[in-house]
Ligand binder design. Structure first.
Ligand code: CAP
Ligand code: MG
Length: 412
């Protein structure tokens, strides 16, 4: 083994409570010990050769330590001083940076990270969290239900606002922009926000229910902050952001601003599957979920197991655990199930993941044979049926919108 890496292998080392601990799945190109040592070196203080600037012993002393190495699993402890508290970009540049590209490694996947209390306290966490969102909506128990205005792109601001209004009148709690709708020539941000929030207030008056609009502020960071301020000036309660394309730095800036503005953050995870999907290489979605919660998203997409995206039930449960497990006083983030859903999915979603989920359907609302309002009604009817413990087969007898949705898309 290259002796530069050997120094980072400390099999009898016991991680200190205030160290970051990472677990990786890895496939060495040649020798496992060399590869594991290379991961620890490259993600902390080392490089491929000895240096004239520092003794190897000292580099390894405060470098990362491989303390567990079993077949394809390696666990590494990192002294906290290697990281800047409150700086997520730097943390990822260490534990999820160069190492994925090293020749010593055939495959590498970051599967879990333990953040010590001293580090978690340097981040804000969710401002409202799961309970805070329920309080804003005044919905204590049932899953929240929402839609994404479809088509993703192409509607004018006026048409967009109308689709949103129909969704709220039909009974949905939440309407969100799609992940790639920001401020295009056919649907400018300010115009859309003004018109949609105006109709949101109209829908609240007509239904007597609190309604939520998650307007997508994703843009260059300063522009995101301006858009968030604009939403606040219109009396909106939320801002939506694509957390990965905006990046950890943008998300942190937005979280800081929304602390002042008291706006709820809805996190979309567009692009995640570029590196979360491969079971052998990249970063597990549950690690992204834990990170997004630490920075402070109040709601986050985490998959459905039953819809159009690839995650299975086990993966979704791990993502939900990352959002809800105890994490030194950090509030829980609301799990969002979305992607290829329609009313007939609701029973299985609740059976698998419980009531503390937000169920969102785009095509499954706006593709309803009788249009958006009926599609919204059908989603709400499916949730009501599950809360009353009545089968959908029975419920459709007296709920026509749900019957027509199931006639078109079938039971699941
Ligand atoms: C769903 C959606 C969401 C996906 C994202 C879409 O629309 O708006 O972005 O749910 O996936 O654009 O596909 P449909 P995930 O309801 O029409 O499928 O939630 O897995 O991050
Ligand atoms: Mg979408």
């Amino acid at each position: 083994m290259k002796n530069v890496y050997k120094q980072y292998i400390k099999k009898r080392y016991k991680p200190k409570r205030n160290e970051i601990v990472c677990e990786f799945y890895f496939e060495p190109r040649k020798k496992a010990r060399e590869a594991a040592g290379a991961i620890a070196a490259e993600s902390s203080t080392g490089t491929w050769t000895t240096l004239s600037t520092m003794q190897l012993k000292r580099m390894a002393k405060f470098g990362a330590k491989v303390f567990e190495l079993k077949k394809n699993k390696v666990k590494i402890a990192y002294p906290l001083d290697l990281f800047e508290l409150g700086n997520m970009p730097q943390i990822y540049s260490s534990i999820a940076g160069n190492i994925f590209g090293m020749k010593e490694i055939k495959n590498l996947r970051l599967v879990d990270v333990y953040f010590p209390a001293k580090l978690t306290k340097s981040f804000k966490g969710p401002q409202f969290g799961l309970q805070g969102v329920r309080k804003i909506l005044g919905v204590k128990k049932r899953p929240l239900c929402g839609t994404i205005v479809k088509p993703k792109l192409g509607l004018t601001s006026k048409e967009h606002a109308k689709v949103a209004y129909e969704s709220w009148i039909g009974g949905l709690d939440i309407v969100k922009d799609d992940e790639n709708l920001t401020s295009q020539p056919f649907n400018k941000f300010k115009q859309r926000a003004r018109q949609t929030i105006k109709l949101k207030k109209k829908a609240e008056k007509e239904t007597g229910e609190k309604k939520i609009y998650m307007c997508n502020v994703t843009a260059e960071t300063n522009e995101m902050l301006k858009r968030a301020k604009f939403l606040k000036s219109l009396g909106n309660e939320y801002a939506m952001v694509d957390i990965l394309t905006a990046g950890w730095s943008g998300l942190q800036s937005l979280r800081n601003e929304l602390q002042k503005l008291k706006l709820v953050i809805h996190g979309h995870r567009a692009m995640h599957a570029a590196f979360t999907r491969n079971p052998k290489h990249g970063i597990k979605m549950s690690v992204i979920a834990k990170t997004a919660r630490l920075i402070g998203v109040d709601q986050l997409h985490i998959g459905t197991a039953v819809g159009k995206m690839a995650e299975d039930k086990k993966a979704v449960l791990e993502n939900i655990a990352a959002l809800k497990n105890k994490m030194s006083g950090i509030k829980r983030t609301f799990p969002v199930c979305s992607g290829g859903l329609q009313p007939a999915h609701v029973p299985k979603l609740v059976k698998y993941f419980g009531h503390d989920i937000i169920i969102q359907a785009g095509g499954g609302v706006h593709g309803h044979p009788k249009g958006t309002k009926a599609g919204a009604r059908a989603m709400r009817q499916a949730i009501d049926a599950v809360m009353k413990k009545i089968s959908l087969k029975k419920y459709i007898k007296k709920h026509n919108e749900l019957r027509l949705a199931i006639k078109k898309w079938g039971y699941k």
